[in-house]
Design a binder for this molecule. Sequence first.
Ligand SMILES: [Zn+2]
Length: 258
Amino acid sequence: MADDTIRSQHTSPLTRSRLAPNAGPMTLEGTNSYLIAAPDSSSIVVVDPGPLDEGHLAALAAAGRVELVLITHRHADHTAGSVRFAALTHAPVRAFDAAYCVNGDPLSDRELLSAAGTSIRVLATPGHTDDSICLHLPDDGPAGSVLTGDTVLGRGTSIIDGTLADYLASLEVLRALGPATVLPAHGPVLPDLAAICTAYLAHRHERLDQVRSALTSLGSDASVAQVTDLVYARTDAAVRFAAEASVRAQLAYLRSER
Ligand SMILES: [Zn+2]
């Protein structure tokens, strides 16, 4: 497991990550694929093989004997390489949604996995997508760590491709894990999950207040585009669709409250 051969970096006592070459407006520097292994383990777990990039997948496969592959959610920047990676490693690929499993069973909420010499707790955290999960490593350093997928990012905020009600509930589930190390699928590692969840919740409630006041001035039947123009006025054109998705989720949330 020579780190320089696979250009991975240590991200916590039990994990390393390797950045996939898919930088973009939605992926930041690219997708972080994670490798999980206890120091004395003869096998590894790979989380999110990422895009279908032969060089990236070959490097992950060369990092050790891959025992299990886990998927944080269905988006292509996490899953497009899954079938190829399963062929390279002969390891089962497990996801919450059966459609993204390869020779493996779907994951369930609170399932406790034992692999690569350590314990991995699956937490269903819908909101970014309906099938989003986080992976809690309770033995990874003094406060544990959590692989957060796209539910909590290393920088900026997550888009809502599921429902906002689910997302807010998922942030509360994660916040209850305390000051665990945050290992996001995009952007840098963060030190304190509870603190970042508190900040995300505050940001979401601030946005909801902005959407509420936009509806007051535009009228309660205002369109997604009209509300986006007001609330996300300074958003770059490349991520306008993401801003509109967030507004759509917020309008659905507010309209279901009435
Ligand atoms: Zn995603």
